[in-house]
Write a protein that binds this ligand. Structure first.
Ligand code: DX5
Ligand code: ZN
Length: 222
């Protein structure tokens, strides 16, 4: 599958989100990190803000919910305009039910696992998900270092999806740069989130293109 790039607005200027999203319009998605101050020790934005951003964004919204009680809240983000909704397995009571709710609302159903959460529980019900997000840092903050020990989970997911002929997207989030993009793509990831690498670049469009090209090359050679 073609590599997709999703800039994370966690590293953008929160006073100017519309123009900050427009500045990365050459990407495939805009990644919006929803944090509740409970599931992670940081607080960002919620439904009303995401709903307005979805209205003005030239890119589809990839919502990453780092919140408690996704059973209750995840479908609301699909209703608010997110094209893809990722909730955390660690916070979910009934992950399969959430996935079905999201699909019924027309959204991409996606589940995230933290760096030290095993992938087995996801593998058991893989076809319920359109995407799995393997966190490559502890969720909560931008600008952290990539954790390479998460890569065997990406490979296990890619192998299981191929064996099941399931067109699964595999997303990675945290510490993605020009240096780590080939590592994640070679392991089997095909959707790359990058916050500080893109928003911190002088030429954001050029950085998006570079990440996509570098990752695609590694994916084509795996
Ligand atoms: C962290 C967020 C990420 C964050 C990534 O919990 O989920 O989306 O913005 O930031 P970088 O790319 O700077 O590691
Ligand atoms: Zn994220």
């Amino acid at each position: 599958m073609a590599i997709e790039i999703a800039p994370s607005i966690l590293s953008a200027d929160f006073a100017n989100l519309e123009s900050e999203i427009t500045s990365v319009a050459g990407a495939d998605w805009v990644h919006i990190d929803v944090m509740d101050g409970h599931f992670v020790p940081n607080l960002t934005l919620g439904l009303p803000v995401l709903e307005r951003l979805a209205e003005v964004s030239p890119l589809p919204v990839d919502a990453h919910l780092m919140i408690e009680d996704p059973d209750r809240w995840a479908p609301r983000y699909a209703e608010a305009g997110a094209t893809s909704v990722t909730f955390h397995l660690e916070a979910a009571a009934e992950p399969v039910r959430i996935a079905r709710d999201l699909r019924a609302l027309g959204a991409r159903s996606s589940v995230a696992i933290k760096p030290d959460t095993p992938v087995d529980q996801v593998l058991d019900v893989l076809v319920e998900f359109d995407m799995v997000l393997v966190m490559t840092v502890e969720p909560g903050f931008g600008g952290q270092s990539f954790m390479q020990h998460t890569m065997p989970k990406v490979t296990a997911l890619r192998e299981a999806a191929t064996a099941a002929a399931h067109p699964l997207r595999i997303e990675v989030d945290g510490g993605v740069t020009r240096e780590t993009a080939p590592i994640v793509a070679a392991a089997g990831a095909d959707m790359l989130v990058a916050g500080s690498a893109i928003y911190g670049a002088a030429d954001r469009a050029g950085e998006i293109d570079a990440l996509r090209r570098i990752a695609q090359e590694a994916a084509d050679h795996r």
